[in-house]
Design a protein around this ligand. Structure first.
Ligand SMILES: Cc1cc2nc3c(=O)[nH]c(=O)nc-3n(C[C@H](O)[C@H](O)[C@H](O)COP(=O)(O)OP(=O)(O)OC[C@H]3O[C@@H](n4cnc5c(N)ncnc54)[C@H](O)[C@@H]3O)c2cc1C
Length: 426
């Protein structure tokens, strides 16, 4: 058996961030990372953006750590092309597909997720893709040459970003969505309609309320059947979300429920086995209940926090969901849960300079969407995190603040006052 102080299963952003967290408090710890990928840990957001748009970008530009970094680190072993097959919690050991056994007194599962496919006829036809790893992105890049037509299934971030990126290559896209709008889990309906219009002006077509019934073609994909109509195309990408890779944990008897269940410290139902990143379902400190988040910032922060906790520090994970995106020339930041809002208040016109949309639910700010307003990100976080009262931002409809600074500080001060601390900001 190969023994280490810490064993990390999975080679994504959460895994590397956990190494950073462990090393901050336990600098000389021995650590092994087991990854089933061919590449060292890399960034996934560019796979649907820059990496797809610019054919000459090498894989190494995606790496989270510079090339050679792992070899330079004392007592750190990155083992690629090595899938962990079984976890024995009693012995604290993991066995890989090659039969090698790794063990450690602390184990982290950072196995992320795999792209969902659709259970319909023709899904294995050449020309039908999903997008999760660098090989997928390269295959889509090769298919998306000028003059081709693509069907993108799902108007979530993969479908929307692909539509924008592929249009840079002269590919015309039709986005097919089973629900009634673009980015349905992210944006309030009014804003979703505006975003769809923004895409249509740039040549993207949408089919809403259309479920995919099958992929058609003899040797390779020729058309997608959706909502009772056939849409001819050269290739299609299924972007309907991911399934967490939690099989290793469930087979080992750990508590799993659409993701590996962890407490606020990242510990699973088995002591000394932890989980972090896209695969972990954790207690939501802002909205209550349990949640699983599939965003870059969460993978980085959760990985690092859980890594530190594995060394013996015990600090709960304090997270507020944040997703960023860039589509055509539009910079998008979404904080909290604006899609679930019962009412919205908007500051500024989308597409005409910075615009901020507040989602309100149960008298509180539940989420904020920033379009071309990245400078307001920290203020937006403060407003959602402090569960600012709706009437505070209601004022925004009539007053020109110019920036969220004042209102965010007021919300933070009110929250502190509610807890009996601090003076109200004037
Ligand atoms: C195309 C795309 C675009 C994105 N764009 C954005 C964006 O714009 N903004 C944003 O906030 N987020 C974005 N994300 C989401 C973000 O990239 C993820 O949240 C983040 O990568 C999650 O990191 P992770 O380490 O938890 O999981 P992953 O990145 O999935 O890493 C898990 C790793 O574990 C490996 N693994 C799994 N099982 C095993 C096993 N049994 N043995 C060994 N290895 C295993 C996997 O192969 C993988 O390498 C995007 C994701 C994709 C796919």
């Amino acid at each position: 058996m190969r023994g280490f102080d810490y064993l990390i299963v999975g080679g994504g952003l959460a895994a590397v961030s956990a190494v950073d967290g462990i090393r901050e408090l336990h600098p000389d710890a021995s650590i092994a990372i087991l990854s089933d990928e061919t590449e060292p840990p890399y960034q996934r957001p560019p796979l649907s953006k820059e990496f797809l748009q610019y054919p000459d970008v090498p894989r190494s530009l995606l790496y989270v750590k510079p090339e050679g970094w792992y070899d330079e680190q004392a007592s750190l072993q990155l083992v690629t092309r090595q899938k962990a097959m079984t976890l024995d919690p009693g012995a604290m050991r993991v066995t890989t597909a090659r039969g090698t056994v790794y063990g450690a007194p602390r184990i982290l599962l950072a196995t992320g997720g795999r792209a969902k496919n659709l259970a319909v006829a023709g899904r294995d036809l050449p020309g039908v893709f999903t997008l999760r790893d660098v090989e997928d992105s390269e295959a889509i890049r090769a298919a998306g040459i000028e003059g081709t037509e693509a069907v993108l299934i799902g108007a979530g971030f993969v479908g929307m970003e692909l539509a924008a990126s592929l249009s840079a290559h002269g590919v015309s896209s039709t986005v097919v969505e089973a629900l009634d709008r673009a980015w349905p889990r992210l944006l309030p309906p009014e804003l979703a309609r505006w975003v769809a219009g923004y895409f249509e002006e740039r040549g993207v077509s949408f089919r809403f309320n259309a479920a995919v019934e099958g992929f058609m073609g003899e040797e390779r994909l020729e058309a997608v059947l959706a909502g009772g109509r056939s849409i001819p195309c050269d290739f299609a990408v299924v972007g309907v979300g991911m399934d967490p890779c939690d099989g290793l944990a469930s087979d080992a008897g750990l508590a799993v429920d659409d993701g590996i269940q962890v407490d606020a410290f990242g510990e699973t139902s088995h002591p000394h086995i932890y989980a972090a990143g896209d695969v972990a379902r954790f207690p939501d400190p802002v909205f209550g209940g349990r949640t699983r988040v599939e965003h870059w910032e969460h993978a980085r922060e959760h990985g690092r926090r859980v890594g530190r906790n594995m060394t013996g520090e015990r600090v709960p994970y304090d997270h507020l969901s944040h997703l960023f995106s860039r589509v055509f020339d539009l910079n998008v930041n979404v904080v909290g849960r604006p899609a679930a809002a019962s009412e919205i208040v908007r500051w500024g016109e989308p597409g005409e300079g910075p615009s901020v949309t507040f989602g309100l639910a149960e008298g509180r700010v539940s989420g904020v969407v920033l379009l071309d307003a990245p400078a307001e990100l920290e203020h937006a976080r403060t407003l959602v995190r402090s569960r600012a009262a709706a009437n505070l931002v209601g004022d925004l409809a009539t007053r020109d603040f110019g920036s969220l600074d004042g209102i965010a500080r007021l919300a933070a001060a009110n929250a502190m006052e509610d807890q009996g601390i601090g003076e109200k900001y004037e």
